[in-house]
Write a protein that binds this ligand. Structure first.
Ligand SMILES: [Zn+2]
Length: 346
C-alpha cells in the first residue's frame, strides 16, 4: 500500500447505460481530462454491473498508468433513490429496473469486489460536491453551497463546510420534492403541476424534463395553438424545447421562464434553511449557448428572495464540466472522507 500522502483515489460515475471514471492524485489533480465511458450493464442486474464497474476501475488505472497499489479508496456515485450508504431503494428505481437491484448494496458489493474502501454518493450530491470544490478551491471546507440539477428529475445537493448533508436516512437535499408557492407562478388557467412523486406543485413538477412533458408543455401548447411541437409525441417534444428556447421561440421561453421562477422560489427556501455562500445550477441548461444560460441563471437569481446581507455574500454559478461532475465529485468525496483533501487547481 502506498503511503497515504502519495496515494490516489478513483472516481466511478455509474449511470443507466455508461460508467465514467477518473483518478484524483495527491496534489488534487484529475488525471483524466475527458469522458472515459464504458458500458455499465446496469439493466442486466447487479452481478454484471459490479463486474462492469471493476472493468471501468481497471481501465482508468491503465489509461493513466496508475498502479493499483497506489489507490487508497474509490468514490462511487449512482442515480437515486438509494440510502446514504448506497443501498438501492427496495421499492425499485427508474435506473435499476432489474428485480435483483431491489435493496441491493452496490457500495458494499463494489468494496468486496475491489478490496478497497468505497465511498458512496448519489449523482446529484456528487455533482454538487464537484461544483463546490472547483469553485471554492482552498475555501471549500469552510463554505456552504446548495446545488440544483435539472435533468429528467430535479436533483439537489446541500454542502456544509465541504461535506454533503445526508440526513438520517440519506434523503437530505432532495430539493426537487420541496413544495413551492405557486401563486403568481402559474399562468391564467394553468393547472397546478403534479410530480411523479405524487406531490402537487413541488419544484420538480416545474423544473425537470418530466415536468415539461407532463405539465408545462401540455398547458403552454394550449396558449400557442398551431405550435410545431403540438404535432410531436410529448416526450419527444419536451426534449426539443431547449433548442427552441435558445433560438428564441416565444413558447419555449415561457416554459424556461416558468422553470427559472420555480427554481428561484426553491432557492428562496434554501436561503432560509442553510443560507449558503453559493447557489449552483446544473443540468441541460449548462450545455446551452452562453447568452441563453446567462439569461436563465439571471432569471433564477432575480427570483431568489435574499435578504440584503445575503445578496452581498451569495454567488450564483453553473455546475462546471457537467458530464464529468459525477465521477470527479465521487473522487473528491473519497478523498475528503479520507481526510486528505487538497485544493483542486482550476
Ligand atoms: Zn416530487
Amino acid at each position: 500500500m502506498a503511503d497515504q500522502g502519495h496515494g490516489v483515489v478513483v472516481g466511478l460515475d455509474n449511470g443507466g447505460t455508461t460508467n465514467n471514471a477518473t483518478v484524483l492524485d495527491s496534489a488534487g489533480r484529475f488525471l483524466v481530462d475527458h469522458m472515459l465511458e464504458t458500458h455499465s450493464l446496469v439493466q442486466e442486474g447487479p452481478e454484471k454491473a459490479i463486474e462492469a464497474l471493476a472493468r471501468a476501475f481497471a481501465g482508468v488505472l491503465e489509461v493513466t498508468g496508475t498502479p493499483t497499489a497506489s489507490v487508497l479508496a474509490v468514490g462511487l456515485d449512482t442515480p437515486g433513490p438509494a440510502s446514504a450508504n448506497g443501498v438501492i431503494s427496495a421499492r425499485g428505481a427508474v435506473n435499476f429496473l432489474h428485480p435483483a437491484w431491489r435493496a441491493f448494496d452496490i457500495r458494499g458489493a463494489l468494496e468486496d469486489r475491489l478490496g478497497l474502501p468505497v465511498i458512496y454518493n448519489n449523482d446529484a450530491n456528487a455533482a454538487a460536491l464537484y461544483a463546490h470544490y472547483m469553485r471554492l478551491g482552498r475555501n471549500a471546507t469552510s463554505r456552504s453551497s446548495v446545488s440544483v440539477i435539472v435533468g429528467t428529475g430535479l436533483g439537489g445537493g446541500v454542502i456544509e463546510s465541504g461535506r454533503v448533508v445526508r440526513g438520517a436516512v440519506g434523503m437530505a437535499g432532495e430539493l426537487g420534492h420541496v413544495r413551492i408557492p405557486t401563486e403568481g407562478l402559474l399562468a391564467p388557467g394553468q393547472p397546478v403541476p403534479v410530480c411523479n412523486c405524487g406531490l402537487p406543485g413541488d419544484a420538480e413538477s416545474f423544473a425537470s424534463l418530466t415536468g415539461i412533458t407532463k405539465n408545462l408543455l401540455p398547458y403552454w401548447l394550449t396558449r400557442f395553438p398551431g405550435h410545431e411541437l403540438g404535432e410531436r409525441e410529448p416526450a419527444v417534444a419536451a426534449k426539443l424545447v431547449r433548442a427552441l428556447g435558445e433560438a428564441g421561440d416565444p413558447m419555449a421561453l415561457e416554459i424556461f421562464g416558468q422553470q427559472a421562477v420555480a427554481l428561484g422560489r426553491l432557492l428562496s427556501i434554501a436561503a432560509n434553511f442553510t443560507d449558503p455562500h453559493m447557489y449552483f445550477l446544473g443540468g441541460g441548461v449548462v450545455e446551452t449557448s452562453p447568452a441563453f444560460r446567462d439569461w436563465f441563471l439571471a432569471k433564477v437569481r432575480d427570483h431568489t428572495d435574499l435578504r440584503e446581507e445575503q445578496q452581498r455574500a451569495a454567488t450564483f454559478a453553473l455546475v462546471p464540466d457537467l458530464d464529468m461532475a459525477g465521477a470527479r465529485g465521487a473522487a473528491i468525496a473519497a478523498r475528503e472522507t479520507l481526510g486528505l483533501w487538497r485544493e483542486v487547481p482550476r
